[in-house]
Design a protein around this ligand. Structure first.
Ligand code: SF4
Length: 376
């Protein structure tokens, strides 16, 4: 990597943009410190400070000499995101709006599980992070698609969503899902580097099996995850049991159809031995029939798996047209009947809740919508 920094001695004022230290792995941090004439071991000190101790200012890194702290303040930055807005749902879900250094914005959602411990504390606290500003894949049920693709997030911007969300809860975040804005496989390197930082032995913010990457069906990324034997989990957004409907709902299906996706997941399972999760949003009259349940069972039985069935959440606030405008949620009765059919077919099914729907934070609703509340 190229470290963006001046090689000037400590006394010379910086002439270049500040180097963001968030998102650098220890070896990259070491390269940075060597480039400013410091010993390599500073990297380990700062790495632990940034992630394990979550220190927010160079001034608080008191194990560093005062002259170095002052110099770092001039040439380096550790705040790739500025918190902008926090919305809180009646069900405890929190949606964060973050402003990036180029003025663009992203959303991140923190979701407490409905199941609780005896003392009423949620069993899981899941953070749904964004990986891109907008998205190019244009899935018809997704509010993010209306933003179009702007750019990939940096590793620092991805990790910082976790660190800032953690500051706004007194319970540790237990799970992380790459299911926010953007297709994570199209920003593969930065996403995987963020995973390496969050799960690093010196940091241990999360175990790898607590992290899930969800893809709309980018087979190159899935194969790469398999070849690299990444210990995190994989989820596929399926949402249809025929290529005709899937292509209508998810144009990416023209490039990678159901057969190719099935072959890829078999490859993934052979390489990693990890079960996969299928995401399946139920749309009234489109994919909620008995025949759909049977086809879904046939599609998903190729590898050990479970299916998360998800209610469709309205995206009217994005002024949808065409296919998007015609989508409706399956009725609660048909929803339950579909779940029962799958269970009768011995399929492992989970029902994903609609947490955060009242603040447009539920699955598929992230599009920088405004229900304003200042960030506390
Ligand atoms: S569902 Fe995911 S991949 Fe599809 S448009 Fe939305 S953010 Fe992109």
């Amino acid at each position: 990597m190229t470290i963006n920094t001046s090689n000037s001695p400590l006394s010379t004022p910086p002439t270049e943009p500040k180097q963001s230290l968030k998102g650098l792995l220890p070896n990259e941090l070491a390269e940075f410190f060597v480039s400013i004439g410091e010993p390599k071991y500073r990297a380990q000190q700062v790495f632990k400070r940034l992630y394990a101790q979550q220190t927010h200012s160079f001034d608080d890194m008191t194990e560093l000499p005062a002259s170095l702290r002052k110099h770092l303040s001039g040439v380096a930055d550790i705040h790739p995101l500025a918190p902008s807005r926090l919305q809180e749902s009646a069900d405890g879900t929190k949606k964060f709006l973050f402003r990036l250094s180029d003025g663009r914005e992203i959303e991140t959602v923190l979701i407490p599980s409905e199941s609780v411990e005896e003392d009423g504390v949620p069993k899981r606290l899941t953070l749904c992070v964004s990986t891109q500003v907008g998205c190019a894949l244009n899935c018809k049920f997704c509010a993010t698609a209306s933003l179009k693709m702007k750019r990939n997030l940096t590793t620092g911007e991805i990790v910082e969503q976790f660190l800032q969300a953690q500051q706004h809860t007194d319970k540790p975040i237990t799970n992380l899902v790459f299911m926010g804005m953007g297709e994570p496989m199209l920003n593969y390197d930065n996403v995987m580097k963020a995973v390496e930082i969050l799960t690093h032995d010196d940091v241990q913010l999360l175990g790898a099996r607590r992290i899930t990457v969800s893809t709309a069906g980018m087979v190159e990324g899935m194969r790469r995850m398999a070849d690299e034997k990444r210990p995190i989990k994989l989820a596929l957004s399926l949402h249809a049991t025929t290529d005709g409907l899937r292509t209508k709902l998810m144009p990416i299906n023209k490039k990678h159809n159901l057969r190719e996706l099935g072959d890829t997941l078999e490859y993934y399972y052979r390489k990693t031995g990890s079960p996969v999760t299928y995401e399946y949003i139920l749309f009234e009259g489109l994919n909620d029939s008995e025949e759909d349940a049977r086809r879904l069972q046939r599609i998903t039985r190729r590898v050990p798996s479970k299916i998360n069935v998800i209610p469709f959440h309205p995206i009217d606030f994005t002024n949808p047209d065409g296919v998007s405008a015609s989508l409706r949620a399956t009725t609660p009765e048909k929803f339950q009947a579909f779940i029962q059919r799958l269970r009768d077919l011995d399929v492992t099914v989970m029902i994903r809740s609609s947490s955060g729907k009242d603040i447009h934070a539920a699955c598929g609703q992230l599009a920088l919508s405004n229900v304003e509340m200042p960030l506390a």
